[in-house]
Every structure is written in C-alpha cells, then in structure tokens.
Design a protein around this ligand. Structure first.
Ligand SMILES: O=C1CCN([C@@H]2O[C@H](COP(=O)(O)O)[C@@H](O)[C@H]2O)C(=O)N1
Ligand SMILES: [Zn+2]
Length: 357
C-alpha cells in the first residue's frame, strides 16, 4: 500500500479551537461546475454616491444627516440588532420536572451596535487604503473598545466586516460593524472553552503552541511581519480562509503597542491585497476579530490570544463560490483544495493591488 498522500487521499482534520472535524477530499477539484455563477464585483463604483446612506453629508434612512466626515467615521446602527435598554428576562431556573424550562431556554439580551465607515470614499476598500489610513481604522476599533469598556456594563465587542454582496453586505460603501452584547456570543465562547481546557491540560496557550508549529512548518503561512502571521489554518473550511494571529500572547487591541498596531494595519493591507489579486476582483469575505471580552471575568483575559478570521466564499475565479450546504450542513464541513494548496496560491500573489499596477 502506497504512502498516505495529503494531496490525494481523503482525510479529516481537527479544529482544536472549535473542537470539530472537517472532511478534506483533494481529488474533487477536478469535478465540473455547471451551478450558480456569481456576478463579479463591479469595481467601477464612484468615490461618492448621492444615494448612499453611508456617504459623507448624505441623509440616512432615519433622516439623520451624516457629517461631511473626512476620515474613519462611526454611528450607532439605526436598525441595531440589540438595544441599550429593554426589560430583563431569563427563563426560570430549570427544575427536574419542568421539561419546558429544561429545553426552551431564553435570555433577554441588551447591547449596542455601530457602523464604522472605513473611509469617506464610497469605493475605497481596505486593500486600496494606505497603511496609515488602515491604522486609523484600528485606532477607531481600539477607542471604541475602551469607550464601551468605560461606559457600558456589556461583555463582548464583536467587530466584523461583511465585504461584497455575496456575503450579505447591504451597502457597498466599505464599512464594518460592531455588535456589543451583554453575553460572550457562541463562537468566541466555544473558543474560550477550548483555550481553557487546553491550558488546563498543557499549561500553555493553544494558539501560542499552534503558531510555534506553523512557524516551523511554513507550508500554510501566507505572510508575516514582526508582530503577526497570516496563514491558512490547518483546519480551514472556506477555500481561501485565513487567520491573522498575534505572534505574542496579547489579549486585545488596547494591549498592543504602537508598533504592533502599525504591523496589524500593514498585514491587513497585504492580506486583503493578495485576496483581490487572486481573481482580479474585489474579493468578498466575512471577517472578524476575536479578543478578550471588554469586561473579562475569571481567566478570560489570560486565555485570550488576539486573532482575526477571514471567511471568503470564492472557490474558482471571481464568479464561482463555495456553498456550505448538503453534507456540510447535515454531516460536517468539507473542502476540496487543501489548506497548503490555498496558502501556496496566496503566497505567490503580488502584494501590489492589481488596480495600482
Ligand atoms: O440608514 C441606514 C442604512 C444602513 N444602516 C446599517 O448599516 C449596516 C450595513 O451593514 P451591512 O452592509 O453589513 O448590512 C446595516 O446593519 C444597517 O442597519 C443604518 O444604520 N442606517
Ligand atoms: Zn457611500
């Protein structure tokens, strides 16, 4: 029997952050595609759109007028998913007899949501912003983290960006969102539980140990600088999924030095530039930051190791996306391209944006 070949033999990979498995079937990349074709992004957006609710000086749906902002600007979401004030509610403590209490749990939840416009320009996405301008976005994230920490009792600040219509973005003006809630949401909570059990068992940080192996093997590293590594995680699900990991065990944005924040701006620019250069299109993704809660309890601050996740849907070219459906919803996530092949593709791409050539 021949040697096991990761590039040809089907295998499962374990994700220790989420305690889950994915199926990798490398030989399937040859299968024909006669399914949906996405509309490639129209790069020809104007720098100002009089109908855009996010553009400087325009009125939003509520009638509120945006200032003529000239840099990164944020406002409270007019259609916030969670609100500052509402009556409390929690399901009565489940007792043995009461099936309903055991199975039908409800928590009332309060919070606050913001929309952060990266730039006043309607057509300037992160990859075509300068590193100093991306640094202003990072300063805005950090200042908002500290403001919410000082002024609210809420627990967790989730920063995320939906980029591109194929990732549900309802407004093309480059922006991200902040949803700050009184509970740690499901995904970061799962990660904290994995970080906690790993630390209890090995007296070490899971992500620090993971990064030490990735730095030695290099086959999944895409880019790195003094403070961060961008890589395709061993357990990646989306074809060109990546993570940006802090090289040192830093818990949150306010804990970074000025140099580290500059390095974060730089690696975000390079990674998102490579993404756009992959299929010569404005590359869609959902991206988010995972860090310490703004009001950590117990060991949460010590466990936190700052990282970002990028979940991009495109698979083959600017118009063919991966669908997480079928086997992936009913059994487990599955991928064709291996993480190493995806990292190879991204690594070899130019770090000058195709529109600037
Ligand atoms: O006038 C508006 C339009 C959009 N928004 C908010 O902007 C956000 C746009 O984000 P998405 O493109 O990711 O949907 C969305 O959450 C929406 O509620 C306002 O707050 N006011
Ligand atoms: Zn706009």
């Amino acid at each position: 029997m021949s040697e096991f070949d990761f590039n040809n033999n089907s295998h499962r990979r374990y994700n220790p952050l989420l305690d889950s498995w994915i199926l990798v079937s490398p030989h399937r990349t040859q299968r024909p595609w006669q399914g949906q074709q996405e509309k490639a992004s129209t790069d020809s957006l104007a720098s100002y759109d009089p109908k855009c609710y996010l553009c400087p000086g325009n009125a939003r749906m509520t009638g509120e007028q945006n200032p003529r902002y000239e840099s990164t600007y944020y406002f409270v979401n007019d259609f916030a998913a969670v609100k500052l004030d509402q009556p409390d509610y929690v399901t009565p403590e489940a007792d043995k007899e009461n099936i309903k209490n055991r199975l039908f749990k409800v928590q009332g939840t309060k919070g606050t949501c913001f929309v952060i416009c990266f730039s006043p320009k309607h057509n300037v996405t992160l990859p075509v912003m300068s590193v100093p301008d991306i640094r202003v976005v990072i300063n805005t994230w950090t200042d908002l983290y500290l403001k919410l920490q000082a002024e609210t009792p809420f627990k967790y600040m989730q920063i995320f960006e939906n980029k591109g219509a194929s990732m549900g973005c309802s407004n093309p003006h480059p922006h991200c969102q902040v949803w700050c809630t009184e509970n740690v949401p499901t995904e970061p909570a799962k990660e904290f539980s994995s970080l906690r059990s790993y630390s209890a068992e090995h007296d070490s940080c899971l992500l620090c140990d993971y990064l030490s192996v990735e730095s030695a093997e290099k086959s999944r590293i895409v880019i790195e600088n003094d403070s961060f590594v961008a890589l395709v995680p061993f357990w990646a699900v989306w074809p060109f999924e990546t993570m940006i990991l802090a090289k040192s065990h830093v818990a949150s944005l306010p804990s970074f030095s000025e140099i580290q924040k500059n390095d974060l701006a730089s690696i975000v620019k390079t990674l998102t530039t490579k993404y756009d250069n992959l299929f010569l299109t404005s590359f869609p993704y959902s991206m988010g930051l995972h860090q310490a809660p703004i009001h950590p309890v117990g060991d949460e601050y010590e466990l936190a190791h700052f990282h970002m996740h990028f979940y991009p849907p495109l698979l083959r070219g600017a118009t063919v996306r991966k669908f997480l459906v079928g086997y992936e919803l009913l059994a487990e996530p599955q991928r064709d391209l291996t993480a190493e092949q995806a990292a190879d593709r991204l690594r070899t791409l130019d770090d000058v944006h195709y529109s600037e050539k």
